[in-house]
Design a protein around this ligand. Sequence first.
Ligand code: HEM
Length: 481
Amino acid sequence: MDSFFQALQPLPMFSIFFVSLLCIFTFSARSRRKLPYPPGPKGLPVIGNMLMMDQLTHRGLARLAKKYGGLLHLKMGGLHMVAVSTPDMAREVLQAQDNVFSNRPATIAISYLTYDRADMAFAHYGPFWRQMRKICVMKVFSRKRAESWTSVREEVDSLIRTVTANVGSFVNVGELVFALTKNITYRSAFGSMSDEGQDEFMKILQEFSKLFGAFNVADFIPWLGWIHGQGFNKRLASARGSLDGFIDKIIDDHMAKKKKSEKNCTDDSEVDTDMVDELLAFYSEDAAKSYSDGMQSAITITKDNIKALIMDVMFGGTETVASAIEWTMAELMKSREDMKKVQQELDDVVGLDRRVHESDLEKLTYLKCVVKEILRLHPPIPLLLHETAEESTVAGYKIPAKSRVMINAWAIGRDKTAWDEPETFKPSRFLKGGTPDFKGSNFEFIPFGSGSTVVPGNATRTLCIGANSGSPLPVFYLGVA
Ligand code: HEM
C-alpha cells in the first residue's frame, strides 16, 4: 500500500485531476452506452416491429402501453420509435427536454410536399422555425385577425340556412360541419378573390392527404426504396406541380392588387386582408439565400414558404375544428342532462332571437367546459409526432437521436391516475378549481400540444372552436328541442 502512495507522490496535481476526469468520462460514456432502450415488443431482424404497423394508432399504442408502460420502444426497419402515454413521461419530453424532443419527423413525401420543410409544422426547431412562428403569431393567428374573420359569420349563416331549410328531413351534420370549417379556412387563406377554384384546391388537398399517409418502405428501410419506384415519385411531383399552378396564380393576383393600390396610393388598411396578403408583406425572393448564408436580419419569406404555410393552415385548421364540433354534438345528444345545461346557458346569455357572438363566449362557461371535455376525450390530433434532435436519456432509458416520438394525447387524457372516471363524459369536472387546463402547462391535458410547438395563437384557437361550436348549437337546439 505504501508503495502505491509513494508511486503517486511524484504525480503533479493536474495529472491526478486529469486522470480522475478521464475515469469519470469513460465511466459515464460506458454506462450511457449500456443503457437499455425503453421496454417494448421484441422485433425481427432487419424489419424489427414492422409487422405491427397497424397498431401505431392512439388506441393500439394505448393497448401496448398497458403491457409495456408509459415509455415504449419499437423499431420499424432502421427507425427507432418511442411512444409516450402518461402525463409524467409527457412532462419529461415536452418540458424537461423540450429542446431535444421538439423536432418534427417528416417522411420522404412530407419533405417533398412541404418544399423541403419550408413551412412551420414540419420545420425543425431552430432559427428558421422561430422566424416562421413569429410571422404566424404576429399576423396569421393574431387576435385582431381572428376577430376580423367576417367570413366566419357569413359561413355560419349559410350553414344555418341549410339546416333550417331541411327541417323535418335528415341532414349529414358531419359533412355540413366539415364544409363549414373548410370554407372558413379557405376564405381566410385566399380571401374572396378565388372562391371559384375551391373544388380544384380541395382535390389537390385530398391528394396531398393521401400522399402524406401513404406507406413508403423507403422511410423505414432506405435501401428498399426502389420497391415504390418511379410511380410514387411521379405522383409526388404531379401533386406539388398542381399546388404550384394553383397558388402561384393566386399569389400573382395578390401581388398585382398590392402594386395597383400602391400606385394609386389607396390605403387598404381598412380592407379585410387575407392570409396571402399578410404573408406577402414579408415576401422576398432572396429570403432562401439569406437563410442559407446565415445573414438573416429582417424576417423575409419566399413563395415556397407562403405555399407551405397555407397548406399548414388548411390541414391544421380544417379537420381539427370540424372533428371537435362533431364530437360535441354527438356527446351532447347522448347526454340529455348536459345538453339541457348548455341550452339553458345559451337561453340566459344569448336568448333565442339572435346568434352567438364572439363577445358572448366569455360568459358561456358550461359550453366551454363541454368543449374542454370533448378535447380531453376526443383530441382531434390524438398522437403528437416529434423527433429527437440528439441522443438522450429518459427515465433511465436510452432514446437514440432521430427517434420518432409519438405522444399519445388521447391516452394521456384518459389516464386513470390523473382523471376521475376518465372514460366518462363529464364536462362539470372543469367547473372545479384546480382541474388541468389545455394551455400547455398541465401534462394531463395536451390536446393542443405543449412546450414550444403548441398550436400557435391562443386567441385564434379558442375563438375558432368557440365561435364554430357555439354558433351551430342554437340551430341544433331549435331543430331538436
Ligand atoms: C380543435 C382545434 C385544434 C386542435 C385540437 C389542434 C391541435 C394541434 C396539435 C396537437 C398540434 C401539434 C402540437 C405538438 O406537436 O406539440 C398542432 C400544431 C399546429 N396547429 Fe393546431 N389544432 C387546432 C386548431 C388549429 C387551427 C384552427 C390552426 C390554424 C388556423 C392550427 C394550426 C396549427 C399549426 C400551424 C401547427 C404547427 C405549430 C408548430 O409547429 O409550431 N391548429 N395543432
